[in-house]
Design a protein around this ligand. Structure first.
Ligand code: ADP
Length: 448
């Protein structure tokens, strides 16, 4: 097993990884930017090194600075968390060639699955259901129109290198398509330095249901149930739960086995997520594989009683997974809400600043994954998520009641947060009935 791990990340996920390492007797090394000098997670890390100024490109994304620190601190492995370099095949390759284990899949698997167009191709070969769409990148708007006429409107233009809901445009007609096609390419070029886009059928009112998988280098593949992430704003997740309110054991098995078939075809080792859209009739369609640990992984940990970060570290160290498919049973109900430093009354504008008072919820079935504390100033430079509040209960109604209670206890002063929106969601009749889709927050809840 590793004796020291460098964490190439910040905030709550850095803290989550430190916690897993502590329990495994592994020492941790954090790298941080000048803006994160007072990051509370650094206090619990065994070592911490400043590697550059606030802009990510000069710190959290600077591979040479991270590798220099890894050499100096003499670590065995690097955990990239999510975001930043987590899905960067080149970084995984640099780790490999430096003799440092990358806690994630191989560079080849990241390349194959990280690109949405090549992942689609592999899905076709692996007989994974897909929405109708292009096999190759779309070269110009003329071709885009031909394809849309062929598959029928509405369609969605997606950046092949996309992530975080960026580089996507929905089009209900030809004019919107021509504009959307150009916009998606421009946005993708800026955000991902890759303007390749493809087109697929746009599904109206689907649910977003994803399968958590974890595997080791001994050929063991396990799926840890599903997460329902249908509550989104601008294609970004706000609330996640497990199990999905509309899941059946048969559908779970079918989706789980499909996800594993795809990951096996890519020789995928460690944690990953296969994302699907699910329609009202129980048909599911593959969207993409996220080749990293995801923000919402704790909901699966709660309902399957696993520690995915621990399993991920074990797999990267060449050990066998600590559980088999037979051990993984979905029991109870878990919900996660993402508490962002944003102002819901001002179009969700980021609201960084100093935390002047903080009451952390507790009691039965409550999990708080967050790095914030009183006196800590949230820097404006990074993602606005400041906490993940999770609840676990025997069933969905009890979990919702528990989340209402936990949100009621929570107090974060000094900044605006998404807590009022979450309170609204937990009291919303459609949500309570499990009757939502990926457009619900924008089209219905915020329009009410
Ligand atoms: P990203 O990698 O940017 O997160 P995804 O491909 O995972 O992008 O899609 C994010 C969200 O966009 C989905 O959860 C869903 O709400 C919406 N979406 C993507 N593709 C489609 C589609 N073909 N039809 C309907 N909604 C879609």
């Amino acid at each position: 097993m590793f004796s020291k791990i460098l964490i190439a990340n910040r905030g709550e996920i850095a803290l989550r990884i430190i916690r897993a390492c502590r329990e495994m007797g592994i020492k941790t090394v954090c790298v941080y930017s000048e803006a994160d000098r007072h990051g509370p997670w650094l206090e619990v890390s065994d070592e911490a090194y400043c590697i550059g100024p606030a802009p990510s490109a000069k710190s959290y994304l600077d591979i040479s600075r991270i590798m220099a620190t890894a050499e100096i601190a003499d670590v065995d492995a690097i955990h990239p968390g999510y975001g930043f370099l987590a899905e960067n095949a080149h970084f995984a390759e640099v780790c490999q060639s430096s003799g440092i284990a990358f806690i994630g899949p191989s560079p080849e698997a990241i390349r194959l699955l990280g690109n949405k167009a090549s992942a689609r191709d592999l899905a076709i070969k692996s007989k994974v259901p897909l929405l109708p769409g292009t096999k190759d990148l779309v070269e110009d708007d003329k071709e885009a129109i031909e394809i849309a006429n062929d598959i029928g409107y509405p369609v969605i233009v997606k950046a092949a290198a996309g992530g975080g809901g960026r580089g996507m445009r929905v089009a209900h007609n030809e004019i919107a398509l021509v504009n959307g096609y150009m916009q998606a390419r421009t946005e993708a070029a800026t955000a991902f330095k890759d303007d390749g886009v493809y087109i697929e059928k746009y599904l109206e009112r689907p649910r977003h249901v994803e399968i958590q998988i974890i595997s080791d280098s001994h050929g063991n593949y396990v799926y840890c149930g599903e997460r329902d992430c249908s509550l989104q704003r601008r294609h970004q997740k706000l609330v996640e739960e497990a199990p999905s309110p509309i899941m059946t054991p048969e559908l779970r098995q079918k989706m789980g086995e499909t996800a594993i078939r795809l990951c096996k075809a890519a020789n995928y080792v460690t944690a990953g997520t296969a994302e699907f859209l699910l329609d009202k009739n129980g048909n599911f369609y593959f969207m993409e594989v996220n080749t990293r640990i995801q923000v919402e992984h704790p909901v699966s940990e709660l309902v399957t009683r696993t520690d995915l970060i621990r399993a991920q570290i074990m797999a990267a160290a060449g050990e066998k997974l600590p559980f088999t498919q037979d051990d993984v049973e979905v029991r109870g109900h878990a919900i996660e809400v993402r508490i962002n430093a944003e102002d819901p009354d001002a179009g969700f504008r980021p609201s960084p600043g100093k935390i002047t008072d903080l009451v952390i919820p507790g009691g039965p079935g409550v999990r708080w994954d967050s790095h914030i504390k009183v006196g800590y100033s949230i820097p404006p430079n990074y993602d606005s998520m400041v906490a993940k509040l999770l609840v676990f209960a025997d069933d969905r109604p009890k979990a919702i009641a528990r989340m209402r209670r936990a949100l009621g206890e929570t107090k974060i002063e000094g900044i605006k947060t998404t807590i009022p929106l979450h309170q609204r969601i937990m009291n919303d009749a459609n949500f309570i009935n499990g009757d939502v889709d990926t457009g619900y927050i924008e089209n219905v809840l915020l329009a009410k």
